[in-house]
Design a protein around this ligand. Structure first.
Ligand code: SF4
Ligand code: MG
Length: 316
């Protein structure tokens, strides 16, 4: 929705967005080289917006995005291009992010050729290597996107990102459109590529079960704010924040395939008019007076764990 508003504003030649929505508000986060940071939250929580900003596809209205200590907004020329290539994005729906009129050979080979990473004469061989790298038959280079299955298209999208030799990939719901069994295969591919190329991922998903599968650490967002951050296994085993607890309760059980119970009651409030104090208070079973007034700050609650909930003060 935000993207739509942004595009509409641009079309009209407007220099300012038609509305001010703090899709992401006061989020401070660092991602370590070589790690997979999962970013999870319901739709509209700002996780995609944050992912797009990290990938350099949209700019924050305030604040900074640093890549290896360099403020990406201040980079120019070769340095800017270098970071633009080093940080790639893999989108949710390859059908809409892959040009349907382009052969896979060009989808994957265009950017490396344009940026001079691969000599023209070697592009075909390079594309074939990339296809093999993501588990596709090199002969499929001649095909168009619609001639692939969903899982294969996801692999094409990954090969396209990989082809410009990134060190950091933002995955936005990259497996969300796939069947569960295919999801697992593509997640395994992400894990293999990470090993092989020493990649770092920001893995954005609404699905905590998917994020748990691949992440070293998990960050939980709610209505534009980071509410909890911690080591993946530990966070799932011992969620601190009431919102994280509710998300964890919604992970389907492997035995029954059923959700244990629906812990999160109520609608997600509009990000245009978020509740005062703790954004989660209208849905939180532990909300008390202070929650309706005062914004809980993210702070250390255990080793390697940050959480933003007033209950931690009571416990302390
Ligand atoms: Fe619930 Fe209050 Fe904690 Fe927010 S601060 S999550 S409303 S207990
Ligand atoms: Mg999204």
């Amino acid at each position: 929705d935000l993207d739509l508003a942004e595009r509409a504003a641009r079309k009209l030649g407007a220099r300012i967005a038609p509305m001010t929505v703090h899709a992401v508000d006061d989020v401070s986060l660092s991602i370590r080289r070589g790690e997979v940071l999962g970013l999870v939250g319901e739709s509209g929580c700002g996780k995609s917006t944050l992912g797009r900003m990290v990938a350099g596809l949209s700019a924050p209205s305030s604040g900074r995005i640093l890549h290896e200590g360099r403020d990406t907004a201040k980079l120019k020329g070769a340095e800017a291009r270098d970071v633009a290539l080093k940080v790639q994005m893999v989108f949710q729906d390859p059908m809409s992010s892959l040009n349907p009129r382009m052969r896979v050979r060009d989808i994957i080979g265009e950017a490396p050729q344009v940026h001079g990473l691969v000599p023209r004469a070697e592009v075909d061989a390079y594309v074939e290597r990339m296809l093999a790298q993501v588990g596709l038959d090199p002969a499929t280079a001649r095909r168009y996107p619609h001639q692939f299955s969903g899982g294969q298209r996801a692999r094409v999208g990954i090969a396209r990102a990989l082809a410009v030799r990134p060190d950091f990939i933002v995955c936005d719901e990259s497996v969300a459109a796939l069947d569960v069994s295919i999801q697992a295969q593509v997640l395994n591919l992400f894990a293999e590529l990470r090993e092989e190329f020493g990649l770092t991922y920001l893995f954005v998903s609404h699905d905590l079960g998917v994020v748990e599968h691949i992440s070293d650490r998990i960050a939980v967002m709610y209505l534009g704010r980071l509410v909890e951050l911690g080591a993946a296994e530990d966070l799932i085993a011992r969620p601190n924040h009431p919102y994280t607890r509710a998300l964890v309760a919604e992970i389907p059980s492997f035995e029954t395939g059923k959700k244990t119970y629906h812990a999160i009651k109520g609608e997600i409030p509009s990000p245009m008019n978020p509740p005062r104090g703790c954004h989660f208070h209208p849905r939180c079973p532990h909300a008390h007076d202070r929650c309706r007034i005062e914004v809980p700050r993210l702070r250390d609650v255990a080793a390697g764990r940050l959480s933003a909930c007033h209950l931690n003060d009571r416990a302390a």
